[in-house]
Design a protein around this ligand. Structure first.
Ligand code: FE
Length: 204
């Protein structure tokens, strides 16, 4: 193996994850194992092109079209694939519907499984040890910290996403949204409302 300073950039790096990732990328690129252009494209796709707006479109459509909603609840993976939302971490998506009686909330207790084609890359807190442990142990308290206050008659159900099943919450359509078209409805759907740690915006 070549052994000069240029091939050991990590030796002098502080334990900063971003720097370590950069170092790994540099080494893999030099060895010809990855193409940095392809890597940039993947990151750009999931950071900028695919984001919660895809999930918001699906929710808005479900709010306005009950046949679509029933199909979505029955087999989300193929229904959203028909809309063009598929790909990495998009296999086996299950949609769970919020009702006045049941609020749903999603976590991945093992790591950070998440429906990428619908929501993009998960937020930092979703991957945190604290959220992963507490969402299951004290969901109401976690929800309150996110500003979600549920009525006493509403139960909370926590869904543990895995590589096998990735959950998406279908929030309740907010009051005052009657008569809005799909695009305006989609603008009310927040990322957190589809994880269950938030509620949709109320139309102004
Ligand atoms: Fe995971």
């Amino acid at each position: 193996m070549p052994h000069d300073d240029h091939d050991h950039p990590h030796a002098l790096l502080p334990p900063d994850p971003a720097l370590r990732v950069k170092a790994l990328e540099t080494i893999l690129t030099r060895k010809g194992l990855i193409d940095p252009v392809a890597l940039d494209e993947i990151i750009d796709t999931y950071q900028n092109k695919i984001g919660p707006q895809n999930g918001a479109r699906v929710v808005a459509k479900a709010w306005g079209d009950s046949a679509f909603k029933q199909a979505l609840l029955a087999d989300a993976t193929s229904v959203v694939a028909d809309l063009g939302f598929y790909g990495r971490q998009g296999e086996h998506i299950v949609v769970v519907e919020n009702t006045p009686e049941q609020h749903n909330m999603v976590v991945c207790t093992l790591c950070s499984c998440y429906p990428w084609p619908l929501l993009g890359i998960p937020p930092g807190w979703y991957k945190s040890d604290a959220y992963r442990a507490r969402a299951v142990r004290e969901p109401r308290k976690v929800l309150a910290e996110f500003g979600v206050e549920l009525t006493p008659e509403s139960s909370v159900r926590v869904w543990d996403s895995t590589a096998e099943i990735r959950y998406l919450v279908l929030p309740m359509r907010p009051e005052g949204s009657e008569g809005l078209g799909e695009e305006d409805l989609a603008a009310l759907v927040t990322r957190d409302s589809m994880i269950g740690t938030g509620l949709p915006k109320v139309p102004s």
